[in-house]
Design a protein around this ligand. Sequence first.
Ligand SMILES: Nc1ncnc2c1ncn2[C@@H]1O[C@H](COP(=O)(O)OP(=O)(O)OP(=O)(O)O)[C@@H](O)[C@H]1O
Ligand SMILES: [Mg+2]
Length: 370
Amino acid sequence: MSKSAIRRMNQLSFLNSKEEIEVGSKEDLPLPVEVLKKIDQDSPWVEKVFQGLTTIVYKIKIDGKYYALKKKREKILVQGVDGQTSFLNEIQRRKDFEGLEKTASELNEIIVETSYASLNHGFILLPWIRGQHISQLNKDIYENLFYSLYCMECNGFFEWDLSWGNMLLVNGSQIKLFDFGYTYLYNPLLEYNSLGKEKPVFHGVERFESRMLMTYLIDQEEKILEDKVLDEYKVEKEVALKYYIKKLRWLEEHRADDDIIAWTKGIIKLWEWGLRDNDSLKELYILESFRSYVVDVSADISGKSCSPMTIKKVNRVLELLNNEYDLLKENKGLFWDDELLSKQKLIDKYRRSKSRAEKYQLTTQSIIDV
Ligand SMILES: Nc1ncnc2c1ncn2[C@@H]1O[C@H](COP(=O)(O)OP(=O)(O)OP(=O)(O)O)[C@@H](O)[C@H]1O
Ligand SMILES: [Mg+2]
């Protein structure tokens, strides 16, 4: 059985057992559990409501202090086992953070601490963070984010769901992470990611690029010149390289498995080559944007949650296959058995993906229907 299949099985059986997990202590709560549990949008403490897919988050004020009360939805609106177990998963990770506190002080700066969480009571209480969502990417944000990923990964946490809604910026560039619904445990010395050694394509910076950067750059391409887009990509790549060199040093110091060292060195070598000159950078952008479009389109289709951006990305995949097939083929840009298919077969495959992406367009109605 794969590592993720085992995790899913364990999490589902945990949910069925109705066992409790609690983080923090009830004694420290600003209101009794029974009162917090019943808070809804009409309660006097509520100042703001965020309708998430897994939870509803209430900004509440009690005795002059602000909190985020994250309440599990009766029915989680994300399909699939990982969606259904994401509330449990978040509490499990918060429990793990609690155990780490004394040794990993750098993580405390990054993650929003838990005031109290209970699986059976169905809520998580956090201090309210006065920050903003990221709207513009820049060097400071890359620095902060990649350092955050470095800390998370060295402590054995792999974050899959890096997205605009899951981080806040405090004082301009300090990133705070607060949504751990898709943060899974792994051993960074022995595994590429929380899938173990199954899919080396996934790593921290890849997650950021696939979930955020490449989408942002598609939008930027519609607004600014191609050269400017490459300039932005270059800034990100330079910072990513710096943190992967730091990570490599850490892996070597901690005697990581040879495969992990070789894999990390491979990524570093590729980025160093890309940063040599403008032509290489253009080629690296083709390779990495292609990779990110492919993994993102595949995730959207398998989760049956596609958007107009999925169609844009699958169109890019088709365009790159038509125009850059040789470059992709020669530089290991094709993966997940795509490297075994001819150019024409690949084009046919992604045309079928496009039809599926059209079929699975997520409408408000389909979210409600789930
Ligand atoms: N501690 C906090 N301080 C300030 N804002 C917060 C806090 N926690 C959550 N939020 C706000 O609530 C929103 C939803 O939170 P979160 O992502 O944790 O919930 P979710 O149910 O996982 O949502 P989604 O399914 O949309 O990812 C965030 O984008 C953020 O704006
Ligand atoms: Mg979220």
